[in-house]
Design a protein around this ligand. Structure first.
Ligand code: PEP
Ligand code: MG
Length: 289
């Protein structure tokens, strides 16, 4: 135990650099202010993925002020490090999230992620306003859209973001005017058109949990087909390789989040594909490093 603790301590302080001197950015997947604090203590370079829907999981009211408080607290806890906040990711497997939803025959392929937000503009605008305002002080916030399948969703979200900026400006409310807008690459469609998305997205993060599930048509939570849920499947590997290449070709930064980003057996492979930014759960950071 003592040896383990010591090595964890050493790992925390170690530079995140390969033997040939390539600097790797190591970020954290977080869902709470406490997670952000833990990540900073573990030496994270920032938050690669802050899941905002856990605000709703905690059963709290989803008003603008409350959201603003949560985002501002997360940004403060990151102490100037970049924080990528994923807009509300409505998903059937996120049980307890308090989104008013219609019954759907196949909710995993239904009104989830950015689709839900675009279909409920008031709800989404409230989140965008809270995010824009939270970024005013420190400017270390980046927004990311989940479950994107087409360029039109990115455009629609960007239009709404611009409208909220104008509305805040007109009211004299401070906000982060330079906020960047990225795409979570977690559907096969987004992976296949990564070159097109790269023309309009400020950054990518490969969401491996869902990308694996949707490419392989294998429910990530179904134990009966756990063997089919394989991040090493050639279809997944090719997709990830191509997304990284598309990002690099367009000078769009690419990060990776989800379980596969924290798998020590897979990390060398992602790096061989050219990936230099990872986001893993705070407790996994020392091992990933
Ligand atoms: C993912 O899909 O890879 C991801 C990181 O997000 P979530 O697990 O919340 O869907
Ligand atoms: Mg996901």
């Amino acid at each position: 135990q003592r040896r383990h603790t010591l090595s964890q301590e050493r790992l925390r302080a170690a530079p995140c650099t390969t033997k040939d001197g390539t600097r790797i950015s190591l970020m954290a997947d977080c869902a709470s202010v406490e997670d952000v604090r833990t990540a900073v203590e573990a030496g994270a370079d920032g938050v690669g993925l802050l899941l905002s829907e856990y605000l709703l999981l905690a059963g709290r009211v989803n008003g603008e002020e409350e959201q603003y408080g949560f985002y501002a607290a997360c940004l403060a806890a990151a102490q100037g490090r970049p924080v990528t906040i994923c807009t509300f990711d409505v998903a059937p497997d996120k049980t307890g999230t308090e989104f008013p939803r219609e019954e759907e025959a196949n909710p995993a392929m239904g009104l989830c992620g950015v689709r839900y937000c675009l279909a409920h503009p008031d709800f989404f605008e409230t989140q965008l306003r809270a995010l824009l305002r939270a970024g005013a002080e420190r400017g270390n916030i980046r927004l990311m859209l989940p479950m994107v399948t087409g360029v039109q969703e990115l455009r629609a979200a960007r239009t709404m973001l611009e409208q909220e900026k104008q509305a805040l400006s007109a009211r004299g409310v401070a906000f982060d005017g330079a906020i960047s807008l990225g795409v979570m690459i977690e559907t096969p469609a987004a992976a296949v058109i990564a070159d097109l998305l790269a023309k309009e997205a400020d950054f990518f993060s490969i969401g491996t949990n869902d990308l694996v599930q949707y490419i392989l048509a294998a429910d990530r939570g179904n134990a009966d087909i756990a063997e089919l849920y394989a991040p090493c499947h050639p279809a997944v590997l090719r997709s990830i390789r191509d997304v990284i290449a598309a990002g690099r070709a367009a000078d769009v930064p690419v990060c990776m989040c989800g379980e596969a980003a924290a798998d020590p057996c897979l990390i060398p492979l992602w790096m061989a594909f050219g990936l230099d930014s990872f986001s893993a759960g705070p407790s996994a950071l020392p091992e990933v490093r």
